[in-house]
Design a protein around this ligand. Structure first.
Ligand code: NZQ
Ligand code: ZN
Length: 389
């Protein structure tokens, strides 16, 4: 096991009806808030009105910025940071999914730095020492951004999608009410479930040895998601499976499952290029790329893949040759993603090889990616080819 520091300060408020406590939580921190949200789902569902009411009840002055799109962009972040500076905002309240939360985090860390943008932090030109606090009301279990230390933003100049990590970005509080996810289209629930599993698998497939506890916590989380995702996709208003999925989404990415082990994260980076080039939903990119990555790298440490087959997929690995077991396990994982209604190859998603060269180059902008196996341009090209199907 490797040395580690684990500190996650996000207060989690979970359960039915808890979003009505937003005003009280904000009031503990400030009386001036930027209410940040997406393309309008919260207005259609009535959540917007309920949040407003809760804020008004506490006499909180509300400024608004709507319009976050999936795969959020730097220009809106800059606009939000300007609003915060001009109006002496004390907290950015994100009401939505990973895209809204990431946009809110980026605004919060940019606001104290006029004349700079988060891209200066991404590129390491300068390092922020402070950020405004962020609060979250989550409407989709998926990205885990509600308690993670990262914000993933696309710079429209070059369409470059990158994650920026900093402990300053962890939200102060996150309100998780599974009822709020009841209005999700099944496609988004399915993509969310794949994203959650991917956050666990990025940490699970490691070269670090003697990490039994976190290995088993990862396996339990994966099994819970696989047991509950089908029910949540079938009926997003079914509270119990959605509650399991929502809590799993936070556990998967709050850092605890990665303690003492080195994660990989190449699949995420390879997937981000599909989102940049084609606007592909993040979870869908992972449903296609993760199995292709597994297929490309499993020979480096077959043991962990056999363990996955046995303990997560309940396969009887018995006397079968390792290689056969692993290929079968990857097939079963793809079958599971497919059973949630997602295409699991690029061809089935309507994507060909046309932009492979450009996407491959962009994965290497900050050097080779991954740690289970360091991947250069040739490797990433092979993974895109395997993903074609
Ligand atoms: O914009 P609105 O109208 O709200 O619609 C959203 C959006 O179209 C809709 N939606 C959300 N909640 C809903 C709802 N529709 C009906 N009812 C509800 N209750 O769902 C769509 C997707 O929303 P989005 O926020 O994009 O989804 P998700 O949570 O999957 O976030 C994806 C983003 O998070 C990043 C991804 O790269 C992607 O940009 N990630 C962030 C991470 C982090 N910060 O820790 C880690 C992840 O690996 C990921 O990279
Ligand atoms: Zn993800």
């Amino acid at each position: 096991m490797e040395n580690f520091i684990f500190q996650n300060p996000t207060k989690i408020i979970f359960g039915r009806g808890v979003h009505k406590e937003a005003g009280r939580e904000v009031r503990k921190i400030t009386g001036r808030v930027l209410f940040h949200y997406g393309g309008g789902s919260i207005k259609r569902t009535g959540l917007y009105g309920q949040v407003m009411e809760s804020l008004k009840k506490e006499n909180i002055r509300v400024f608004e910025l709507a319009g976050v799109k999936p795969n959020p962009v730097l220009s809106l972040v800059q606009e939000g940071a300007g609003i915060c500076r001009k109006n002496d905002i004390g907290l950015v309240l994100a009401v939505g999914g990973g895209s809204v939360i990431d946009s809110a985090k980026a605004i919060a860390v940019s606001a104290p730095y006029p004349g700079k943008s988060m891209w200066d932090f991404v590129e390491g030109v300068t390092r922020p020492l402070e950020a405004l606090p962020v609060g979250v009301i989550l409407t989709i279990p998926a990205a885990g951004s509600e308690s993670s230390d990262v914000s993933v933003i696309t710079n429209e100049d070059g369409m470059i999608k990158r994650g920026y990590h900093n402990e300053l970005l962890r939200p102060r509080f996150a309100i998780l009410n599974p009822e709020l996810a009841s209005t999700l289209p099944p496609f988004q629930v399915a993509c969310g479930a794949v994203d959650i599993m991917s956050h666990v698998m990025e940490r699970y497939f490691t070269r670090t040895e003697n990490v039994d506890l976190t290995g088993r916590l990862c396996e339990a989380t994966l099994k819970s998601v696989m047991a509950n995702a089908p029910g949540a996709v079938k009926n997003p208003a079914d509270y119990n499976p959605m509650a399991e999925l929502m809590w799993a989404g936070t556990i998967a990415h709050n850092g605890i499952l990665g303690t003492g082990r080195t994660g990989d994260w190449a699949s995420h980076k390879i997937g981000h290029e599909l989102s940049s080039a084609y606007g592909m939903t993040h979870g869908l990119s992972l449903a296609i790329i993760f199995p292709a990555w597994m297929r490309y790298v499993y020979r480096i440490r077959t043991g962990i893949f056999c363990q996955f087959a046995e303990r997560v997929l309940d396969m009887d690995t018995g006397s079968a040759p390792e290689e056969k077991t692993i290929i079968e396990a990857i097939g079963k994982l793809k079958e599971f993603f497919g059973s949630l209604g997602l295409p699991v190859t690029l061809k089935d998603a309507g994507i060909g090889e046309e932009r492979f060269a450009e996407m491959v180059e962009k994965t290497q902008l900050f050097g080779p990616i991954g740690s289970f196996k360091k991947l250069d341009t040739r490797d990433v090209m092979e993974i895109y080819r395997l993903a074609l199907g």
